[in-house]
Each structure stands twice: as structure tokens, then as C-alpha cells.
Design a protein around this ligand. Structure first.
Ligand SMILES: Cc1cc2nc3c(=O)[nH]c(=O)nc-3n(C[C@H](O)[C@H](O)[C@H](O)COP(=O)(O)OP(=O)(O)OC[C@H]3O[C@@H](n4cnc5c(N)ncnc54)[C@H](O)[C@@H]3O)c2cc1C
Length: 494
């Protein structure tokens, strides 16, 4: 690895771990801001889940700012309704999203995730993404942060962003150190639990005679609730006569990766195949069985995932900060996990763009302000996705009842209010020109800049922005002695 082509500037040098949607959007925005960065991804090549992805007014303004809106609309279908049916194909209820575009200024779009990735990856210079770089651990002191990879090489910078997903190695390494020093809150020490497993895939183009819904201009989004087995099967039509499907199976009890049951189970390709065989007879909301959709889906586009759910309290410490699923993992039912990861990237890059020093105090203050700005929005979405999960995936008697009430008896004006509430948070990048705020529902005003916030905080005696830094600095100094990066084959600096 070499770093000869990295421009030297007085801006911070950022290491991004993970080329998921959060990491990629951060890289795009840092590129626009001319902030030095590198992305490190463990996979040999970027291989997103072959699933559908919902995008709405919470993130589409950013794509409009980046000049990508038309490109994204070209690979998308609009979702105006989500219908929930039982195994006899009788409608249990539906969510009407037909007014969302008028009210929020943007449609609800469904795209195939790999196509969205292609658009985003094309905006990042290839020499700034290092593939096959699996991060194992981190070390930081008052002046630098280092990450060590599985091949024993090292990279160093001023800030480390853990955008490495639900089982983030950055988070685990950071939390191990914080636990040793007694700084990790109790709830962050608990395992992440999951109550659903999920099989997802996207078919090749299907025969419109058998699946006429693929010819409709809008996405036909139907969820079928299983009868004897505790499953829900979500189907979406996407451009190119293809069908994205998600099968979720509710487990009898919440479990975690460290549970015996998990350790004894297999999660490799064989496990995916055996799960496919077990569920092939499940009914599909488009008629026929899931097996028929599986037959039309290339094996490499089928993935088995767990659906965890946890909001971590600690998002940052010293020079390290977390983003996306690494700090707030939410159920897929709200269609908000990736949107929140990308919103994190917007807010974080806006703040990093204001940072003209590499001083730990300032870095720490900016990273804490990032968490402060983002935490309550992520918290809202973790909770909302859980509630929606009860209605759209739940299989207990109570959840069945809750589903019927939610989808049938909540007055239209309340549903409209809930949809409006979801749409008010639309952060924009301050690095690229802003786009007008669209729609008839007022958006939450853009957050104050870090400089404005810190000048306000410095006039207050109870400034949370400044109080922690001295303590952190002291801790980092004492950690320095035990954290030297010896024995590595090579080091890359941003
Ligand atoms: C079936 C399904 C459907 C979904 N639908 C939606 C939707 O419609 N809308 C929505 O907003 N969200 C949706 N989500 C949620 C969304 O997928 C996640 O919230 C989102 O992908 C999180 O992005 P991220 O960048 O934080 O992490 P990830 O996408 O998990 O990316 C993390 C990256 O880090 C890499 N990595 C991990 N460990 C290391 C390491 N040690 N070293 C280097 N690299 C590493 C991984 O390989 C990966 O590329 C859905 C989720 C599922 C499972």
C-alpha cells in the first residue's frame, strides 16, 4: 500500500471501516469536501444483499444534492400502498402511502440494493477503497488512531469511523478497552439480540404472463402472513421485471450470537440452502409458492441474515466514532436502517468539514456533537421500527390483534400524522449546494453548525461539549504506553 497520492491538508485524515451504504456516503461527502480519507472493506468485492431498499424524503434530498436523483428514479418504482394478506390471500389491511409524495415532496421509492451501490461506488476514486482489509482492532492515543488488519498491516489517521455494521469490529475493540477502564455503560455490555431470521433475494427477470404485476408502473408491495408457520413473506416488484423478496421467520424467543443455539447452527451457504429447502412450500403473495421465486433467483443473490435490534449508548470515544448499524441496529420493518446510516454520514461529514485542527479536544467535541445531533432521531427509528415490526412481522396472538387494529381501525388523519412525523427529518449536506425544502409538511430546520453550537456552549457554565475532553485526554495518554503498533508489516497513513 502506498499513500503518495494522498493530498496533504490541514483537515483531519479519516479512516472509514466498512463500505456499506453508510461508509460509502461518508466517503462521497468527504471526497466533495476534499477531506483526506480511505475506506477499508473486509470483502474481496462489494457484494450487497440482493434485497429491495426503500428510499424516501428522509434521504432523497441528499441524492438530489449530489445530482443522483434522476439516476435513482430510473432504477426505482414508486410504492403507494403496502398490502398485508393472509395465507388465503384475503386482505388483512393496508398502509396507504399515496399522499406521501405531495406532503413530503418526495415519493417512496423501491430500488434493488446492488444497483444503488453501483451508483454510489462510481462516485469514489478506486484508489481510496481498499478491499480485503478486515479490521481486527484499534489503538488510539492523544495524537493518532491506528487500526490493525487481519494480515497484520496497520493504517493510521486522525479519526476512525466504524461503519462496519451490526457486528462492528471497531465497536467491539473500542468497547473492550472502555470496559477495562470502567467507562462502558452497562447496557452496551449486553449482547445484541435477535428475534427474527430472514432470507432475502432478487429474481432474474420473470415471465410477465405468470407475474403480471411486474408490468405495473408502481411497485406492488404485498406482505403475506404465514398460517401454520410463523413467517411473513414480503414481495416487491422492481424495474426490469424482477421481484425482490424477504422471508422473515419469527423465533420462539429472542436469542443472541453468543447463545448455544446460535453456536450450534450453521450460517454459511449450506445453511442458506437448507433453509431454502425448508421454506420452499410457503405461499407467495404473488400466487404459487416461495419455491417458485427461489427457482428464479440466482443462488449468489440469496442471503440469510439475522434481524437484530439495539441502540448503543456509546457512539464515540476519543478519536473513534461509530455510524449506521454499528451504533443503532433497527428492524427492517421501518425501512430506515440504511437511511439512518446515510443520515449519520451527512451529519458527521458536515461537522468534519468545519474542523480545521487535529487537536483531540476539538475532535472529541465534534464527535460528541455528532452523537448529540443524531441520537434522538436514531432512537425514534429504532422504536418505530420495532412497533411496525409487530404489525408487519409479528406472529403472536397479541401481534395479530395489533396488526388488525393498526391496519384497519386507526383513523386516516392519525396515519397521515404518523407518516408526516416520519418525513420531517431531512438533513442536507452543507458541503454541496442545498436543494429547496419540498412538500407541504415542514421539515425540521438544519442543525446548527458545530462552531455555532460550541460558541453557544462556551457561554454556558454547564457545557457538555467541553467538559469531557480533559478526562478523555488523560485516559488516552495513559493508554498510549500499552498501545504501540509494533510488529506490523506495513503502515498506511491517510
Ligand atoms: C432484508 C433487509 C432489508 C432492508 N431494507 C431496508 C430498507 O428498505 N431501507 C433501509 O433504510 N434499510 C433497510 N435495511 C437495513 C439496512 O440494510 C442496514 O441498516 C444498512 O445496510 C446499514 O448500513 P451500514 O453501512 O451501517 O452497515 P452495513 O451495510 O452492514 O455495511 C458494513 C460493511 O462493513 C464491512 N465490514 C464488517 N466488518 C468489517 C471489518 N472487520 N473490517 C472491514 N470491513 C468490515 C461489511 O463487509 C460491510 O460491507 C434492510 C435490512 C435487511 C436485512
Amino acid at each position: 500500500m502506498d499513500s503518495d497520492n494522498i493530498e496533504i491538508s490541514n483537515k483531519v485524515r479519516v479512516l472509514i471501516v466498512g463500505a456499506g451504504l453508510g461508509g460509502l456516503v461518508l466517503a462521497i461527502l468527504l471526497e466533495k469536501a476534499n477531506i483526506p480519507y480511505l475506506v477499508f472493506e473486509r470483502a474481496v468485492k462489494i457484494r450487497p444483499l440482493g434485497s429491495a431498499m426503500q428510499l424516501n424524503c428522509n434521504i432523497l434530498p441528499l441524492f438530489e444534492q449530489l445530482g443522483l436523483y434522476d439516476q435513482i428514479r430510473a432504477i426505482a418504482k414508486n410504492v403507494r400502498e403496502t398490502r398485508v394478506v393472509n395465507h388465503k390471500m384475503e386482505t388483512i389491511g393496508s398502509i396507504d402511502a399515496s399522499e406521501v409524495e405531495e406532503r413530503s415532496g418526495y415519493p417512496v421509492l423501491i430500488v434493488q440494493r446492488p444497483e444503488l451501490y453501483d451508483i454510489l461506488v462510481a462516485m469514489i476514486p478506486r484508489n481510496k477503497i481498499y478491499m480485503s482489509r478486515r479490521v481486527l482492532s484499534l489503538e488510539q492515543d492523544a495524537s493518532i488512531v491506528k487500526i490493525r488488519f487481519s494480515d497484520n498491516t496497520v493504517a493510521q489517521g486522525d479519526i476512525l469511523v466504524g461503519a462496519d455494521g451490526a457486528y462492528s469490529a471497531v465497536r467491539q475493540s473500542l468497547f473492550r478497552q472502555m470496559k477495562l477502564s470502567g467507562d462502558l455503560p452497562e447496557s452496551d455490555q449486553e449482547d445484541m439480540t435477535y428475534s427474527h431470521i430472514c432470507l432475502v433475494g432478487t429474481t432474474l427477470p420473470v415471465n410477465p404472463v405468470k407475474y403480471p404485476m411486474v408490468l405495473e408502473a408502481d411497485c406492488k408491495h404485498i406482505i403475506l402472513m404465514g398460517d401454520k408457520a410463523p413467517y411473513s413473506l414480503w414481495c416487491f416488484t422492481v424495474p426490469g421485471n424482477r421481484i425482490c423478496w424477504n422471508l422473515t421467520i419469527q423465533l420462539k424467543k429472542e436469542t443472541s450470537k453468543s447463545d448455544e443455539a446460535f453456536r450450534n447452527s450453521e450460517w454459511g451457504p449450506e445453511a442458506t440452502e437448507s433453509m431454502c429447502a425448508e421454506v420452499a412450500h410457503f405461499k407467495s403473495p404473488y400466487g404459487g409458492t416461495l419455491g417458485e421465486l427461489l427457482d428464479l433467483t440466482p443462488k449468489e443473490l440469496i442471503t440469510k441474515v439475522m434481524l437484530e435490534d439495539k441502540l448503543f449508548q456509546t457512539w464515540t470515544n476519543g478519536r473513534v466514532v461509530l455510524l449506521g448499524d454499528a451504533c443503532h441496529k433497527m428492524l427492517l420493518s421501518g425501512g430506515q436502517g440504511a437511511i439512518n446510516a446515510m443520515q449519520d454520514a451527512i451529519v458527521l461529514s458536515n461537522l468534519l468539514n468545519e474542523l480545521e485542527t487535529t487537536q483531540l479536544d476539538d475532535i472529541q467535541s465534534v464527535l460528541q456533537y455528532y452523537q448529540k445531533l443524531r441520537y434522538k432521531h436514531a432512537e425514534y427509528n429504532v422504536k418505530a421500527s420495532k412497533q411496525l415490526g409487530k404489525a408487519l412481522m409479528g406472529q403472536t396472538l397479541f401481534e395479530e390483534f395489533f396488526r388488525k387494529v393498526t391496519l384497519n381501525y386507526i383513523p386516516k388523519f392519525v396515519i397521515r400524522k404518523m407518516l408526516d412525523r416520519n418525513g420531517v427529518y431531512r438533513p442536507q449536506s452543507t458541503i454541496v449546494p442545498q436543494v429547496p425544502v419540498r412538500g407541504i409538511v415542514k421539515a425540521i430546520p438544519q442543525s446548527p453548525s458545530w462552531q455555532t453550537a460550541s460558541s453557544m456552549a462556551s457561554t454556558s457554565s454547564s457545557s457538555s461539549l467541553r467538559s469531557v475532553t480533559a478526562l478523555t485526554r488523560k485516559r488516552l495518554r495513559s493508554a498510549t504506553s500499552s498501545s504501540s503498533a509494533t510488529g506490523s508489516k506495513s503502515t498506511v497513513s491517510v
